[in-house]
Ligand binder design. Structure first.
Ligand code: ADP
Ligand code: ADP
Ligand code: ZN
Ligand code: ZN
Length: 761
């Protein structure tokens, strides 16, 4: 155990990032501290925006000027003092880079151990360990260069089917409408430039992509008079310019651009195994290395356990030890060849943990963001053990978490509150988990309350079916989904919930409204105000009252600060590092030209309005009634996001917040099926009550709601439960229970039932 020294606390004085109100804290080193509080109370502002940023900044300052200039620049967090920090490692939910050479095996380094095993003990041996590496020329499949896939243009991204050519259906910028290459497509008399691309006949689409068979000339009319030219189809041109040539001749910028418009498919030569024939011919206990990579971790442990050769044994045991860490964090259903880009945020975070658990660093600060996300209550206990192990190696572990089982193992708890946004930003409790349970804070009260399962579930009004689902691990699942009720789909991680609901159900019922946590695919300039359509109304209001033109009140238009083009930040993207942003100095992050700030309505400039929370904006705009604006701001309140400011970039929202802001735009429907994947992510126990009330309102308005959830409060509150399992991966994929929560309490063979019984006891 870590020995306390004179500097045995991280000390924070007068922290003011975001909503923090002069927060001063002492966080014990070498201990596990959990940060609790409703969402928006300021947990991330303390942990990520203050402690992690300052620790990185101070670390960078120890380098020479030469090195420092090549590192990301961190601004000093707003605080009087931050002292006695240790180097911080942030293990967050950001997706683990999309690049396809990164697999579960490579990112955990387990694949390199397996390679050593094959190079020393495979028969015939293909050579040294690199001969088994798909990232090395001596091992990679020559056809796909070790990617397991080959690349082709992605016409779903190159073309927006809802738009016509004249409206900008071609999304690939070099061929876009208005460019000289784009003219070919808008001006040809063989296509109607005003017809949406999705309405093209097969022949028209073929012509757009490939031209006429045999290269027949077509008429082009871009000067008023028609003339005949050699027409090159969009696909032919794209492939000629960007695929079938020496890519190193393209600038990095062009390559990055093109990359965004490509899609991959399985390589025909190696069938996705990524390796050359020599590597694939080599076997250990009858298996080749691709077989090992394809196997679920749990099965691979058993398989390598059978390697008892005195020479090979130690290498196999080293691999097994690492694989067992993967299993211990509830990911035994993954395979080493799984690309990290297909993992969920929670799975990615837990895998990153594996790397750190195997490392022997001590004296570090490890920071986790809701590590229980995606975990069934069954696996939360194991997660806790791993966090404690990290602490016991002599590290300081800081965790932002809502799960009572994680809070319970903390050495120290910091509870933020009392509420969200401007009503939060204070430390409302510090102490042990036991003391927290007695404390008069939202968290304390929530931990004390006990609720049972729903007594009177709603009666379904009808039903829909999922039929013959066999994607990923699903084992020919057919299951009834009742309509007009709230259904929870449960099961341990990897049992197949997301596959069943987010993939199969939504494919079989395309009219379902999916409210997920994915990025909101608009520009970096999107804000709650633009996303909800409030900004147009606010601009019109300012134009009406000041006589200026509406565009001046937009940072996407003539009002934009010229230095940052209205972004408010300067964004630098560095290869292999997280992108770095700094506040624009010209407008101080306000995004607007200075003269716009002098134009006011009711004493407030448009920037003042953008700085208002939804709640403050409701009050301010009461003097300028507009039912549409009131309704939209009301929707933000209903989804529990009143604390967001109208101008906060959507890119700063967490996954859970993104999901709830999407929900805010969908509340007016009836007769709709809503699908939500883990909507409690990022929500405090007290916020969950609000979410449940909202889901109830949707159901009572005549909708069907289907949620994938682990949270037992949601399970208790559902009208119907579909439990998948019994376990993860190929040991899951079946329906083990369907019925009401009360019936679930009595079910056998379900981990969910087991934990539900404990939660109501
Ligand atoms: P928590 O982690 O407890 O959910 P946060 O620390 O993320 O809370 O947020 C606290 C407050 O600061 C909220 O009102 C949030 O909207 C605001 N906030 C967070 N990040 C930013 C940002 N990058 N820009 C502006 N406001 C932010
Ligand atoms: P849950 O939502 O219950 O955690 P998932 O539906 O995500 O489970 O996963 C079920 C199974 O399908 C697991 O074995 C998982 O590894 C596999 N799986 C999920 N997504 C993919 C994918 N994109 N590619 C390959 N396998 C996948
Ligand atoms: Zn190949
Ligand atoms: Zn600016």
């Amino acid at each position: 155990m870590y020995e306390a020294t004179a500097h045995d606390h991280i000390t924070l004085t007068g922290a003011r990032e975001n909503n923090l109100k002069e927060v001063s804290l002492r966080i014990p080193k070498g201990r596990l501290t959990v940060f609790t509080g409703v969402s928006g109370s300021g947990k991330s502002s303390v942990v990520f925006d203050t402690i992690a940023v300052e620790s990185q900044r101070q670390l960078n300052e120890t380098f020479t000027w030469f090195v420092r200039n090549r590192l990301p620049k961190y601004e000093r967090p707003h605080a009087d003092a931050i002292e006695d920090l240790a180097p911080a490692i942030v293990v967050d939910q950001k997706p683990i880079g999309g690049h396809s050479r990164s697999t579960v095996g490579t990112m955990t380094d387990i694949y390199s151990v397996i390679r050593v095993l094959f190079s020393r003990h495979g028969t015939p041996s293909a050579g040294p360990a690199t001969a088994y590496s798909f990232n090395d020329p001596s091992g990679m499949c020559p056809e796909c260069a070790g990617l397991g896939r080959t690349v082709r243009p992605d016409y779903d991204r190159i073309l927006d089917p809802g738009k016509s050519l004249a409206d900008g259906a071609i999304l690939f910028p070099p061929f876009a409408v208005g460019t000289w290459q784009g003219q070919t497509y808008t001006n040809t008399t063989d296509l109607d430039p005003h017809k949406p691309v999705r309405d093209f006949t097969a022949a028209e689409r073929r012509f757009l992509l490939r031209g006429h068979p045999g290269g027949k000339k077509v008429s082009v009319d871009n000067t008023g008079g028609a003339r005949d030219i050699d027409f090159e189809g969009l696909a032919d041109r794209f492939e000629r310019l960007y695929l079938h040539r020496d890519l190193s001749a393209l600038s990095q910028r062009t390559r990055d651009l093109v990359q965004g418009f490509l899609v991959e498919g399985r390589c025909p030569a190696c069938a996705g195994a990524r390796l050359n024939p020599a590597a694939l011919a080599s076997r250990v206990n009858g298996l080749n290395i691709a077989d090992c990579a394809r196997m679920e971790v749990t099965d691979l442990i058993a398989e390598l356990g059978r390697v008892d050769d005195p020479v090979a044994g130690p290498v196999a045991r080293a691999a097994v030890a690492a694989l067992e860490r993967v299993e211990a964090i509830g990911l035994g259903y993954l395979s080493l060849d799984r690309e990290t880009s297909t993992l969920s945020g929670g799975e990615g975070q837990r895998l990153k943990m594996v790397r750190h658990l195997g490392s022997s660093l001590t004296g570090m600060t490890y920071i986790f963001d809701e590590p229980s996300v995606g975990l069934h209550p069954r696996d939360v206990g194991r997660l806790g053990d791993l966090l404690l192990r990290l602490r016991d190696k002599g590290n300081t572990v800081l965790v932002v978490e809502h799960d009572p089982d994680v809070i319970a193992i903390a050495d120290h708890v910091v509870d933020m509150g009392p509420a969200a946004g401007s009503h939060g930003g204070l430390v409302v409790f510090e102490g042990t988990p036991d003391a927290l349970r007695a404390a008069d804070t939202l968290t304390g009260r929530s931990l004390r309350r006990a609720t049972g399962v729903k007594e009177h579930p709603r009666e379904p009004v009808g039903d829909t079916w999922i039929k013959g689902a066999d994607l990923h691990n699903l084992q020919d699942v057919s299951v009834r989904v009742p309509t007009g009720v709230l259904t929870a789909v449960t099961g341990v991680a990897g049992s197949g919930k997301s596959t069943l609901v987010s993939e199969v159900f939504t494919a079989q019922h395309p009219d379902a409204v999916v409210v997920d946590q994915s990025a909101i695919g608009i520009s970096g300039r999107s804000t709650p105000a633009t996303y909800l359509g409030i900004m147009d109304r606010v601009r019109a209001l300012f134009a009406r009252h000041t006589g200026a033109e509406p565009g001046l009140f937009s940072f996407n238009s003539s009002g934009a600060c010229e230095s940052c083009q209205g972004r408010g930040i300067i964004y630098s993207d560095l290869a292999f590092m997280d992108p770095v942003t700094t506040t624009c100095e010209a407008c101080e992050g306000r995004r607007f030209k200075p003269e716009v700030l002098r134009l006011t309505v009711g004493g407030r400039s448009v920037v003042d309005v953008l700085d208002m929370t939804a709640e403050q904006a409701l009050a301010f705009l009461a003097d300028f009634p507009d039912p549409a604006v009131r309704r939209r701001l009301g929707a933000l309140r209903d989804v529990g996001l009143t604390y967001l400011t109208l101008g906060q970039p959507l890119s700063t929202l967490s996954g859970g917040e993104r999901q709830r802001i999407k929900l805010a735009t969908q509340l007016h429907r009836t007769g709709t099926t809503y699908v939500l994947d883990e909507p409690t992510t990022g929500l405090h126990m007290a916020d969950i009550d609000g979410l449940l009330a909202l889901l109830d309102r949707l159901v009572d308005a005549g909708n069907t709601v289907l949620v994938v959830e682990h949270n037992l409060d949601v399970v208790k509150h559902a009208d119907w439960v579909i439990d998948l399992g019994p376990d993860g991966g190929k040991h899951g994929g079946r329906v083990v229970f369907e019925g009401t929560p009360r019936e679930l309490l009595a079910a056998d063979g379900s981990f969910t039932a087991e934990h539900l019984r404990r939660a109501v006891a």
